[in-house]
Design a protein around this ligand. Structure first.
Ligand SMILES: *[C@@H]1O[C@H](CO)[C@@H](O)[C@H](O)[C@H]1NC(C)=O
Ligand SMILES: *[C@@H]1O[C@H](CO)[C@@H](O)[C@H](O)[C@H]1NC(C)=O
Ligand SMILES: *[C@@H]1O[C@H](CO)[C@@H](O)[C@H](O)[C@H]1NC(C)=O
Length: 362
């Protein structure tokens, strides 16, 4: 009996030890936690802080993963002026108002005697393209009712002497307050709008174009003064693109992140190489731009997003080819704006425009 009892005790002891062992290995069962330390007491020990998750549920579920970060901006390579920002870049944060070279004299009488102002966006290194414009269709700026200027950003230091010398010679280079770069094109257009608003507010119509465009100025003047357009307000004319989709692949030159443009489809917009706008649109666009998400596609931003918001009409005009055309004199004479013009082509198109021999149907 004694032996039996002893073995019972031993067994009980063993079971007890086993139970203790198991208990020790198990996580403590929902034991009441010490009440949270009142906020007023000294810093809580870091250990209690680390073990403060809510009581484990009976069924094991993975701990709630940290809240999915709100779609981090995909590593912004050449996106915009201020990459690596968690939120969208707001235009006001990147646009610096004012002009380093304003040339107010390019718009006499604040534009009151002008029919048309042509502003040509250009880059510091494009001196040859500017020369080709000056030597061809830029000649029309000699008229009292037409003005022309080039709009640039701040050139890199090593280009500054050349740009200054060129401007000293021609006096037609407006420089804004931003580094000239492809991703700053939107800043260039805003700088252009600001210049018109400040120095040329009475001009009735403004052509925005690029230095690789051929502009048929007489045709453009006719276009602008057609009865249906002469008194138009809140309108942009050009090559209007509808239902264009943002490029969401980072490899695209036109990549747009959902942060820059959250929508699925761009509003209708007039493509950047050339568009004509009524003066009353300028101030509206300028007023609306600062609070908008910065989009480096200047045409989508200005003639699409902003114009759409402001109820500025975008009217398609087939005369704005905004692309290369077979350089037949009639094509040149019928168009207002032709794209992709290299230095020598400006002269070729200019000859064809002035060609008095070819008879073209209207
Ligand atoms: C401890 O946790 C509290 C509440 O969760 C938190 O406010 C506090 O910053 C944490 N302290 C430390 C040192 O992590
Ligand atoms: C755009 O211009 C801003 C200044 O306005 C400058 O800080 C930035 O570097 C420019 N971006 C590029 C890509 O040059
Ligand atoms: C445009 O406005 C001017 C001045 O108000 C007016 O004389 C002219 O008849 C108008 N032209 C058209 C086509 O409406």
């Amino acid at each position: 009996m004694g032996a039996v009892r002893r073995s019972h005790v031993a067994a009980l002891g063993a079971v007890g030890a086993l139970v203790l062992l198991l208990l020790a290995r198990l996580p403590p069962p929902a034991r009441p936690r010490p009440p949270p330390a009142p906020a007023s007491t000294a810093a809580p020990s870091t250990t209690t802080n680390r073990t403060a998750p809510p009581p484990a549920p009976l069924v094991h579920t993975p701990p709630p993963s940290p809240k999915p970060a709100p779609a981090p901006a995909p590593a912004p390579a050449p996106l915009g002026p201020k990459p690596a920002q968690p939120g969208p870049v707001i235009t006001n944060d990147v646009y610096v108002a004012g002009h380093e070279k304003p040339h107010p004299e390019l718009c006499p009488a604040l534009g009151g005697r002008l029919r048309l102002l042509m502003l040509v966006t250009s880059a510091p290194s494009h001196a040859a393209a500017r020369d080709a414009v000056r030597l061809t269709w830029g000649h029309y700026a000699a008229r009292a009712d037409v003005a022309l200027a080039f709009v640039l950003g701040v050139p890199p230091d090593k280009m500054r002497p050349a740009v200054d010398a060129e401007d000293a010679l021609y006096g037609d280079i407006i420089i804004g307050r931003f580094m000239d770069s492809y991703s700053n094109l939107t800043l260039k257009t805003l700088s252009m709008l600001e210049w018109v608003d400040t120095y040329c507010p009475r001009v009735p119509k403004i052509l925005k174009t690029d230095d690789d465009m051929f502009i048929n100025v007489p045709k453009l003047l006719d276009f602008a003064s057609a009865p249906s357009r002469v008194n138009a307000t809140k309108t942009i004319w050009g090559k209007v693109v509808k239902k264009s989709l943002p490029k969401r692949t980072t490899r695209s030159k036109y990549y747009v992140s959902p942060l820059q443009f959250p929508g699925k489809v761009f509003p209708d917009f007039a493509t950047g190489p050339a568009y004509l706008m009524t003066a009353d649109a300028i101030r509206m666009l300028l007023a609306a731009a600062p609070s908008e998400r910065y989009l480096r596609l200047e045409d989508v931003f200005v003639t699409g997003v902003l114009a759409n918001k402001l109820g500025i009409k975008r009217q398609h005009a087939p005369e704005f080819y905004n692309k290369k055309v077979a350089a037949h004199p009639c094509a040149v004479q019928r168009g207002v704006a032709i794209h992709m013009v290299r230095y020598h082509e400006q002269f070729d198109l200019w000859r064809k425009l002035l060609d008095g021999k070819t008879k073209c149907a209207s």
